[in-house]
Design a protein around this ligand. Sequence first.
Ligand code: BG6
Length: 482
Amino acid sequence: MSIETMFPENFLWGGATAANQIEGAYNVDGKGLDAQDLMPFVTKEERNGKINMDLSWEQFNHHLNDESGVYPKRFGIDFYHRYQEDIKLFAEMGFKVFRLSLSWARIFPNGDDEKPNEKGLEFYERVFDECHKYGIQPLVTLSHYETPVGLIQRYNGWESREVIDHFVRYATTVFKRYKDKVKYWLTFNEINVITKSPYTGGGIICERAKDPVSVGYQGAHHQFVASSLVTKIAHEINPEFRIGCMLARVETYPGTNDPADVLLAQHENNLNLFFTDVQVRGEYPTYMNRYFEENGIKIQKADGDDELLKAYPVDFLSFSYYTSLSVSTHLDGEASEGNIFQGKVNPYLKTSDWGWQIDPIGLRTALNDMYVRYRVPLFIVENGLGAYDAVENGQIHDDYRIDYLREHIRQTGEAIKDGSDVIGYTTWGPIDLVSMSTSEMSKRYGFIYVDQDDEGKGTLARLKKDSFYWYQKVIQSNGREL
Ligand code: BG6
């Protein structure tokens, strides 16, 4: 196959965002609060090299009533009022697809309301219409870390099985409403991250859980069940719908060729791929039995859960990829940085401004491994470089971002040549947005610069970076011109 044909004709090029990181308007038109509205901005000095995403019950209540702190996800980049301008810029780059999430609390303000908030539904309707005006198709995440606060208060988030019903009501509402406007849906963003923090996915505050050791995996089980239920419903509402799972893929290498390290890396990869094993293959993998037993993790399943998972797996697998990890049984070696996952420094890799290791070949390995394992279409729905940008005479020369993306796209092309079925690629944050893990604005991923600082000051003006014109060419040439 020649280089000209690496990317299929209808390859879905675009960019990806999440409601909580762009919309703002956190209390407008009936929106309720969600977990992300409670995440304060923490300075680099306060963080002291460590990302802390813990949330105690006391902190939760403090953030809920705090009127003096800076909570950047409440203002985002004001996409709520500027979506027309932003989508027009995406169209100018030639986007085929725009990934966004729906804010659950904009539609069901308390999470468990009987009736949806019409104003919230209308907002997304306008956004989808705007996309279609330019021939861009929306790719919609139902839950991108945006658990409504009401569900955290009353149910401790996804610890409770009752939340499944509320999620099913929400998903059914939007499937019906956007039946002819959206084809590709993702259920839970980075479902594996549910076990890491109350902010990410489950809204579970550990100290409130009946069984704190098991609660992360118990919450994941509830999300697996919810995902299968809504996949069934989605196909009934529109057989053309395509439902995907979404994994934070962490390709993990043995730190040395000591067989003990190889085994450890295999174990880490299995812990990561456990989530897609369930959602794609429709069953709990046997390797988890021992892990659950040795770690005292007990999962309560209801009658019929296993059959449901088997009957309604996802149609495709989507994932984020930023970096790889190295693990070792040897205690020497420095720890690497990341937002959620940490391993050892890999001497063969360079790092980003935030210390994340840059590994384009790891993306090819991840694609090939997952295609061999699952044989379903793969969609890269997040990849990108968080970096400091400088504006010089109204221009941003972000060659570092272009280099990062070029190499990852090149390796994606190679994986396609290797035989992997990759249907699309959306870069993370095509427009600068608020960082998930640190709530910083200065950690920028975009092709489009947004004039706003960490404290929310700025004109919010949008500015095209050099990478804007570069990505436009990549899309125009279907990946031939990198
Ligand atoms: C992914 C999330 O984990 O990584 C995004 O799905 C997030 O929401 C992205 O923004 C980058 O992480 P960060 O911490 O740099 O914003």
